[in-house]
Write a protein that binds this ligand. Structure first.
Ligand code: FCB
Length: 437
């Protein structure tokens, strides 16, 4: 077998990613809290509960992240903690976030902060949340307060996480907490308002910190025609891929809405992103005329826990190519696999990072990789059934165990490289593919 090492640039961000609701615990003012209590809302009736106990002790996991050799972490702020009642801001909550961010920096971990990651204050839902235009001023006010308190600690902001996923899950599929008005039309209204919120937040941050970088985290879902598909299937997958992956981004470039999102211009939206935050997990087969992808990936596919998706590393390269067409620096803001037994994750890490390395070798400006996730956490409507952590967590006892993939990621981060030697020790099955010879 050939011996080889793939080296990454010295200033590369080696990170992990989390979201507030999924790790903090006891987010009682969030719309997820009452939703989790409704029968059938979450798989097996599970609850976020204490989650990973980060509100009390994020520091313990940050210690582990630092030991692992990571130098970056992406987390999100819980709006419902910061503004539990309309225009009532909780100074203590902002101080706690400040403490967490300072703790990261003290450990050599650069923060990337997301303002909205799938959860809302309950009061906002009562007012109509993203399907009312009121949300834009609320979001601007929340952003201004957050940036005034934390802005000196944050070089890079994500305004909204995965707007298309959020819109689909909440307004169409109904797997996220129900808005007051459901359905595609309200969803499209919400999408337009999310664009307005993004633009408002972008400029609010820039007014206070012109040098801060601001972007969004955009999930690129590789939507493909089924392998047996003909012309109609190809056309359908292409159209849906454009809507899901490109429509939002093109509006951010031009400031113009595109159908089906709508028509006309969104003021101050054009050019309002400094980097492309790319979330990539898997590819999907889409069969005309369905919107929901197939749940069968074919006999040869390696599929992760709970039939979540196929392990398809080449897709990350394709997603980076797509992101690169926007001409901005790229951060892989999420990439990971649900795998409680850690059967797939070591190979997943090596093969996906190889695609990142390949992209960098082609001079695509990929600046960092944030693995989802540092520690097992509450996976939205799938509850605790999907374990994405480099660190395993028992949510009952809060006991943690570093997985083999966590040790591997540690070696990768410490050495800023991926080698055939690591593959031989952690994932020998990938050797013949990655290091033939
Ligand atoms: C992404 C979400 C993140 C997590 C991963 C598995 O879509 O942004 O919170 O749930 O999927």
């Amino acid at each position: 077998m050939a011996k080889a090492t793939m080296h990454f640039p010295p200033d590369f961000r080696w990170g992990t990613a989390t979201a507030a609701l999924q790790v903090e615990g006891n987010n009682e003012n969030s719309d997820w809290w009452p939703w989790e209590q409704q029968p059938g809302a979450i798989l097996h009736g599970q609850r976020s509960g204490r989650a990973c106990d980060w509100w009390a002790n994020a520091e313990a996991d940050l210690d582990r992240a630092a030991e692992m050799g990571t130098n970056a972490h992406r987390l999100s702020l819980e709006w419902s903690r910061i503004e539990p009642e309309p225009s009532v801001f909780d100074r203590a909550a902002l101080d706690r976030y400040r403490e967490i961010l300072q703790g990261m920096i003290a450990r050599g971990i650069e923060p990337m902060v997301t303002l909205h990651h799938f959860s809302n204050p309950l009061w906002l839902v009562e007012k109509g949340d993203f399907s009312t235009g009121l949300v834009v001023d609320y979001f601007r006010r929340y952003t201004a307060r957050v940036v005034a308190h934390l802005g000196d600690l944050v070089p890079r902001w994500v305004t909204i996480n995965e707007p298309m996923v959020y819109m689909f899950m909440r307004y169409v599929a109904g797997t996220f907490p129900a808005p007051r008005r459901k359905g595609l039309l309200s969803g499209l209204e919400a999408l337009r308002n999310m664009m307005r919120c993004h633009a408002a937040a972008y400029h609010t941050i820039k007014e206070q910190y012109p040098q801060a970088e601001v972007g969004i985290a955009k999930n690129i879902a590789l939507l493909k025609p089924p392998p047996d598909g003909g012309r109609v299937q190809r056309a359908w997958a292409k159209r849906m891929s454009w809507i899901f992956n490109d429509m939002w981004m093109q509006s951010m470039v031009t400031g113009r809405l595109r159908l089906p999102a709508g028509r006309g211009r969104i003021p101050h939206l054009a050019g309002s992103f400094d980097f492309f935050g790319l979330n990539y997990y898997t590819r999907f087969y889409l069969r005309f005329p369905r919107l929901a992808p197939e749940t069968d990936w074919g006999d040869d596919a390696v599929v992760s826990d709970g039939n979540y998706g196929e392990v398809y590393p080449a897709g990350l390269f394709e997603a980076i190519q797509a992101a690169n067409s926007y001409g901005k620096p790229i951060y892989i803001t999420e990439n990971g696999v649900p795998d409680a037994a850690d059967r797939l994750r070591p190979g997943f890490l090596i093969t996906h990072l190889r695609e990142v390395w390949r992209a960098i070798s082609f001079c695509f400006p990929v600046m960092g990789y944030y693995h989802w996730s540092l520690v097992d956490n509450f996976e939205w409507d799938r509850g605790w059934t999907q374990r994405f952590g480099l660190i395993a967590l028992d949510p009952e006892t809060q006991q943690r165990t570093l997985r083999a993939s966590g040790r591997l990621y540690g070696e990768i981060c410490h050495s800023a490289s991926v080698s055939s030697d690591m593959a031989a020790r952690y994932a020998p099955q990938v050797l013949p593919v990655l290091f033939p010879g």
